[in-house]
Design a binder for this molecule. Structure first.
Ligand code: HEC
Length: 195
């Protein structure tokens, strides 16, 4: 290769490497909200929809007063095993109801009026997240769209390993809190037992 050409290609390579590393740095949390996570979360939603756990056809559950931050005043919870792409994993779905006038009674009368988010944890195949028992986390809007959070100026969907960081300090999010749940299974409610 001629010298100027070699120089030019080295320069281009250096620019590309720099762009990559700064992207990774910026998107330090690239372990969550990736395209693959989003696709998986969409698939998960469609399977939950078929099981009538979410969506307009969802079977009504039993609302109760939760009141704990960050999840909402009135809650409904369902858990079961679920098959996604040939893998059978344990699923916990939590519907969070809020807004003016929310109560167990008002939710029973009009679920869609008060439903604010659906938070889901699903245990994936071994190896998905070995540090956190392979839980896959999603925060959905009532219509199945995702919630987003700005992480280092990158709009990131709350899907996948939310939020896995290198240190405990930047690992705020579902994982951070749920890690401290009793029983060491990342599940707070003691009555929810994995089969
Ligand atoms: C600040 C701490 C905290 C964060 C952050 C948090 N949770 Fe929770 N989560 C709780 C607590 C406490 C409970 C049990 C009480 C309740 O439901 O409010 C719970 C309950 C749940 C449950 C019912 C199963 C169980 O653990 O008993 C699911 C599912 C869930 N959370 C999903 C999520 C998802 C998904 C995220 C992230 C988008 C998330 N949580 C973020 C504290 C947290």
């Amino acid at each position: 290769m001629k010298k100027p050409l070699l120089f030019l290609s080295l320069l281009l390579m250096a620019i590309a490497i720099n762009a990559c590393t700064s992207f990774v740095k910026k998107n330090n949390q690239a372990m969550m909200g990736t395209e693959t996570d989003n696709q998986y979360a969409k698939k998960l939603w469609s399977v939950m929809e078929k099981e009538k756990l979410v969506g307009v056809q969802a079977k009504p559950l039993k609302p109760f007063f939760g009141g704990a931050k960050p999840h909402g005043m009135i809650l409904e919870i369902a858990n079961q095993t679920l098959n996604i792409n040939g893998h059978t994993g344990f699923l916990v779905v939590k519907k969070n109801y809020g807004g003016k006038g929310v109560s167990v009674e008002s939710v029973k009368k009009n679920r869609s009026k008060y439903l604010s988010s659906i938070t889901v944890m699903y245990q994936r195949k071994a190896g998905y997240d070995v540090d956190n028992q392979d839980w896959f986390w999603v925060k959905y809007q009532p219509n199945g769209q995702f919630y987003y959070k700005n992480i280092n100026q990158v709009k990131t969907a709350l899907t996948g390993r939310v939020i896995k960081g290198k240190t405990d300090d930047d690992a705020r999010g579902c994982i951070y809190c749920h890690r401290s749940a009793g029983g060491g299974d990342y599940i707070f409610y003691p009555e929810i037992l994995k089969p």
